[in-house]
Structures are given as C-alpha cells and as structure tokens.
Design a protein around this ligand. Structure first.
Ligand SMILES: Cc1cc2nc3c(=O)[nH]c(=O)nc-3n(C[C@H](O)[C@H](O)[C@H](O)COP(=O)(O)OP(=O)(O)OC[C@H]3O[C@@H](n4cnc5c(N)ncnc54)[C@H](O)[C@@H]3O)c2cc1C
Length: 650
C-alpha cells in the first residue's frame, strides 16, 4: 500500500488558479516535449541561470537574437533542401515509380508482368528500415517504401527545441500521426523517413546484455552493429544543469555506482548519448542511407503500402509483392524477384507492422472475416502482446527559467524502474502560445473532466487563458519514472481497412498489480530525488509540503483522457493510474515465437519477415531506439552473410 499523504482538498480550488494553468501549460511544453534544446544562448524569457550567474537580456537584444536565429535557420533550410537531393539521389517521390526495370536491377530478375522486381522490398523507412535497407543494398537491389516525407529541412523535425511541434501537428502531412489508445492515453507514431528517430527525444542507450541474451542475438555481431550506428549519428550530450542536478541527486539517494558517460546499460546512474548534436540539430536513421550503395537502392517517399500480395497456389502462402499508393492516391505494385532469398521485409513499427499483416490477411480469422479481408493465414497472435511502458512524471517548478534539456541522465535501479528527466521550456513565445491541437495544453485543465463533458467552448476558453500566461510561467522541469518490462499487455485491432487510419490500440496500463507497485516505488524514489541535497540546492524547494504540492500540480500537468479521482494525491497507486502518460516505447504485436521466428520470418508463410519494435516482448535498454537501429543493421549483415557467406565482405 502506498503511504497516504496528508489529504489535500486543494485540487478543485487549485484548478482555477493560474499556477495550475501554468503547470498544465508547462507540461505541454515538456511531457509532450520530453525535453528541449541544449542551448547555451539565453532563453527568450530573458532570465538565464547558468554557471551560477544570472542576468537579464534587454527585450530589444532578445528580439534581435531571435530574428538572427530565424534568418540563420531559413538559410539552413534552403541549403538543406538543395543538398539532400544531391546527397540521396535515390530518394524519389512515390509517383515517380515506373514499371520499367530500374538501371539498378543488375542483380534482379523479373517477376509477374512487366513490373520491376527487387531482391528486397522493405516496407517502412523507419528506425529499423533505414539501416536494414542500407546494409542489404551493399549486395542486392532494394526498394524501400516510406509513407511519410523526408526529415531533411523540416524545421519541426530538425531542431530539438521544436520536438513538441511535430507531435502537436495533427495535419495529414505531419511527421507524426497522433493516436489515443483506448486507455485514454495520448500517443504518437512516426510518419516520416527515419521513423521514430525523426520525432523522438533523441536519448541513445544500448540494450542490456540480458536483453541480448534473451533475444538470442549473436553478441559479437551486436557489438559490431551498435558502433556502426554510433559512428554516424550519435553524440555525447552537453549536460544541462537540470540533468546534472538529477544525476547528482540519484547518487545522493544511492542509485550507484556512477557509470559516467556510456552507451552501456549498467545498474546505477549514467549519462547516455543523443542523436542531437551540440547545436541541437537532429540526426536521424535516414542519414544512415548515406552509406547505402546508390546503384542498388530505390527509396520512395509518400509511398503507403496498403497490402502485401501473396501467391497462395503452393502449400504455404508466398509473399510476392506489395500494393502501394503514391502521394496523389494512385496505386502501384512492386514485386520481389523470383530468385531464392528474395523477401519482403516489414519494418513499419509496432503499430504499422501488425496493422499491415492484418490488412494483408494474416491474423485472427474471425477478426479478418468481420472486415471482409481474405484470410491468407489464420494466426490469433497478430496484434496481441502489445505493451507500452507506463510513464509518470512529477513536475517541479523553479523560480527562474532553466536551460532546456532532453533526457541525458538515467538512473537504472534494481527495482524495475528507470528515472529520467527533462527540463526547460525556453521556446519562443509563438511556440508556447500557438495552437497545439488536441494533443496538448488545450486539454490541460480539462483532463479532470470526463471526455464526453469537454466542450469545444471549454477547450477554446482554456486556449485563450493559456495565451495570457507570461513566458516566465513556463519554468521548471520534470522527473520521469518509467516502469521497465510491464507485465500488463494489450492488443491492436483494425477498425476498418484504411491503412491511413489508426487501428484501435489498448495497452491496459497497470492492469497487473506488480506494474502498479513498481510505479509507486518509482514515485517514492522521485520524492527522494526531489528532496535530495543536490536537487534542493538547485531548485531551492526545501519545505516539507513540497512533495504533496508537487503531486497536486502533477495531477493536472500529466494530460490524458483518464478521469481523475479525489484521492489522486493520497494514494500513490491512484496517482500512478490516473496520471499515466506514454514515453512512446510501445512494442509487440508481431512477437517472436508467436508471429515471427527468432530469425524474424513470419510463421506459416514464405518470403516475409518483420524486423522492428513490433517483434519485442520487452522494450530493450532504458530507451529502445539504439537497439532498434542496431537490429536493422544486425539483421542486414546476418542476411547478407547467410546468402553470400564470406563473399558478402561484411
Ligand atoms: C515522441 C517519441 C519520443 C521517443 N523518445 C525516445 C528516446 O528519446 N530514446 C529512445 O531510445 N526511443 C525513443 N522513442 C522510441 C523510439 O523512437 C521507437 O521505439 C523506435 O523509433 C521504433 O522504431 P521502429 O523501427 O519499430 O518503428 P518506426 O521508427 O516508427 O518506423 C516505422 C516506419 O514505417 C512507416 N510505415 C508505417 N506503415 C507504413 C505503410 N503501410 N507503408 C509505408 N510505410 C509505413 C512509418 O511512417 C515509419 O517511418 C520515442 C518515440 C517517440 C514516438
């Protein structure tokens, strides 16, 4: 049982207070933001607390700097647009796809009709798909199909300080596609070349050796594959003051030893890598395509695969091609070569991959029949075993603005929880006050009201009130507590047969009591961090009520569609359940042993694999992107070695 905190009936009253509005708005810029740019320049608000020195910038100077910065970015955008087409000549719009054989198809043969045939068709140019396509292209012809556009020159994607903007952009061309799980938790999935690496918070940290053993991966090849990624797109961080305070406080409370800066997963406290460079510029898995063999790779953007085509004449169905639509809505077909070894590899992510298998007729027979989908293979496990690591955040306001930071520090505890942090919302006034859409502060205060009772007028009134908040209100940061390896499981079901629509996804957060008890332990640990010497020195919060007040604020600051309870701050169990958000590490749906073999081959059919986060039964490491990219490279090398032996030269 959670230790009851002194009853605070303040919540309803507080909900009317500006401080709470500010908290929700701050959360917006952070939980959705999950951090910010490590920017040595003063934030727009003017007050800077760096290295103990505090000073105020004049409004005029601030505006001049802001204009300069904007001009600088505009120039960068222009150069970037010109450059990426030169650097990646094989990336084309889907509508350019023609049925004449590609110049690059020397190792390809033709399949049915006059359509060109590839050795590999990879569906999804994401975190796993890009390194996989790059690697396979060394020796074979590859077609990589990505439903989104390029990340290059996209200002929302490229700059850390705009992290929240791509998540909040709900337009059809946004780099992210938002969805709300049936649990009532707001979530996002990538829709852009580079996948999750183009919209995520950038923290880079490897799988544990336990993860590697459990997956049955070849440790030597794993240890060769991680550096292949790291040497191209990963950086050590500039550690922000907030991150230092959390790091030192984790050590104060015994999350030790201190393992320094390392990519490795080690018990204790560490600083990890990041895909943002020192100027806050994002590097994505799409950049790994620069190492591809340009003569053997075709990448199509805005190419949405609608279904996989099977030849069902033999004993086992055999994947032969895909049907995709281009940016104008026109349909195309692409085929793999008839030669032995040619495959379609689905790398569409934990939502996209099970969705595509279902749309293609692989899944629970009764569910498919309900939607009139012809059954290719009855497999009850497709879309099952989905999980999302619950995240609960404690908001800590500060008296002065703090430097923006992403996740840089992590406490890897032996209790099955990871402690991370984000801080600082020094975004431009526009960024704070702009219409973030439903995925953000618009819903802030209203999260305490059951979803059906939230009116458009109420949402608009809240938006207006947010606009009046002074920039100085956006001060503070979060300590995040993630439950590792949740036992609670959920599922994914199609709602219709439109590939662009999100399926219904349920994660059943905290359905298992062990997940709840770990969350409670995690919140207690956060309490210790907040009251530890290094942290109180940093924030100046020393009074005894602090944690109760912080939890009160955090109830509102964690925005979801889960109705709140009056005992949210009395019972940490209730706090965990009511304030759960996502850290976007959802996984499963095509689990190894259930949907795919340990070699990631789809069970029961030929020539089809799934290689991405949908195959994980546990999210690896403290944060998964490093391992997902590693897996793309790893499987590429494995496949080349299996097909070519030593002559693969890799
Ligand atoms: C907002 C956010 C923050 C995160 N922060 C971190 C972090 O700081 N550190 C970390 O380690 N992890 C983080 N993650 C998690 C990590 O980014 C993901 O786990 C990882 O990127 C998933 O990789 P994937 O290859 O499985 O899927 P994705 O990278 O999502 O790739 C799937 C790709 O397939 C495409 N696709 C889907 N369906 C189709 C189709 N039908 N046709 C064509 N293309 C299709 C998608 O557009 C996408 O590009 C974060 C994730 C998000 C969303």
């Amino acid at each position: 049982m959670a230790r009851p905190l002194r009853r605070h009936r303040l919540r309803a009253k507080l909900a009317r207070r500006t401080t709470q509005h500010a908290a929700a708005a701050r959360w917006m810029s952070a939980t959705i933001v999950e951090g910010g740019r490590v920017d040595r320049r003063p934030p727009e608000g003017g007050l800077v607390n760096g290295g103990g020195c505090m000073w105020r910038m004049s409004g005029e100077l601030r505006r001049t700097r802001e204009r300069e910065r904007e001009r600088e970015r505009e120039r960068e955008r222009e150069i970037c647009k010109k450059n990426w087409e030169k650097k990646y000549p094989f990336i084309k719009k889907a509508s350019t796809f023609s049925s004449s054989p590609p110049a690059s198809s020397s190792s390809s043969s033709k399949s049915s009709g006059s359509d060109k045939a590839y050795d590999y068709i990879i569906v999804g140019g994401g975190t796993a798909g890009c390194p996989l396509a790059t690697t396979l292209s060394q020796n074979f012809s590859v077609l990589l199909l990505e439903r989104g556009g390029v990340p290059f020159g996209n200002i929302n994607v490229s700059y850390l300080q705009n992290f929240h903007l791509s998540l909040a952009d709900t337009s059809p061309k946004s780099a992210s596609q938002f969805f709300i799980s049936t649990d009532g938790v707001i979530n996002s999935r990538a829709r852009v070349l580079g996948g999750g690496t183009s919209i995520n918070a950038g923290f880079y940290t490897r799988a544990s050796s336990r993860d590697v053993r459990k997956a049955g991966w070849d440790a030597k090849l794993v240890n060769e594959s991680f550096p292949w990624i790291e040497n191209q797109i990963v950086h050590p961080p500039n550690i922000a003051p907030w991150q230092k305070a959390v790091r030192d406080s984790l050590l104060d409370i015994g999350v030790s030893p201190y393992n320094g800066f390392t990519y490795d997963h080690l018990y204790g406290t560490k600083v990890g890598g990041t895909i943002f460079d020192h100027s806050g510029h994002r590097h994505t898995a799409a950049e790994l395509l620069a190492s591809a063999n340009p003569d053997k790779l075709d990448v199509l953007i805005r190419a949405t695969v609608q279904k996989i085509v099977f030849d069902t004449a033999g004993k086992k169905p055999r994947a032969v091609g895909v049907i995709f639509k281009d940016e104008n809505g026109n349909q195309h077909q692409a085929y793999i070569a008839r030669r032995r070894g040619s495959e379609i590899i689905v790398t569409s992510g934990a939502i996209g991959s099970p969705q595509l298998l279902l749309l293609s007729g692989i899944g629970p027979k009764s569910d498919l029949k309900k939607l009139n989908i012809s059954v290719v293979l009855d497999n009850e496990f497709v879309g099952k075993g989905m999980a999302d690591n619950p995240l609960n955040c404690v908001f800590i306001p500060t008296n002065t603005p703090v430097v923006q930071s992403l996740i840089q520090t992590v406490g890897i505890t032996k209790m099955g929880v990871y402690i991370e942090a984000s801080s600082g919302f020094g975004q431009s006034q526009d960024s704070i006050h702009c219409n973030h859409g439903i995925v953000s502060a618009e819903i802030g205060q209203l999260s305490t009201i059951p979803p059906k009772q939230r009116t458009q007028e109420a949402i608009q009134a809240y938006t207006r009130s947010k606009k009046d908040l002074p920039h100085e209100a956006f001060k503070g940061g979060f300590i995040l507590e993630k439950v590792a390896r949740p036992i609670s499981r959920g599922q994914l079901n199609l709602i219709n047969t439109h590939v662009d629509d999100n399926p219904a996804v349920t994660f059943n957060y905290f359905a298992h009591p062990y997940d709840v008890s770990r969350c409670v332990d995690g919140i207690r640990m956060v309490e210790k961090v907040v009251t530890a010497k290094h942290f109180t020195n940093f924030t100046g919060h020393r009074d005894k009520q602090t944690m109760e007040k912080l939890l009160n604020m955090s109830v509102t600051a964690n925005v979801n569609f889960i109705p709140k309870h009056t005992n949210d701050t009395e019972s940490l169990e209730q706090f965990c359940k009511d304030t759960v958000v996502t850290i976007w590490h959802y996984h499963g749906g095509c689990n190894v042993g259930k949907v795919v073999s340990p070699e990631y081959k789809v069970l029961g059919v030929h020539r089809l694999r799934v290689i991405d986060g949908s195959t994980f039964s546990e999210s690896p490491g403290t944060n998964p992107q490093a391992t997902v990219m590693m897996l793309g490279r790893y499987m590429g090398v494995k496949i080349l070695r299996e097909r070519l032996g030593r002559s693969a030269g890799i």
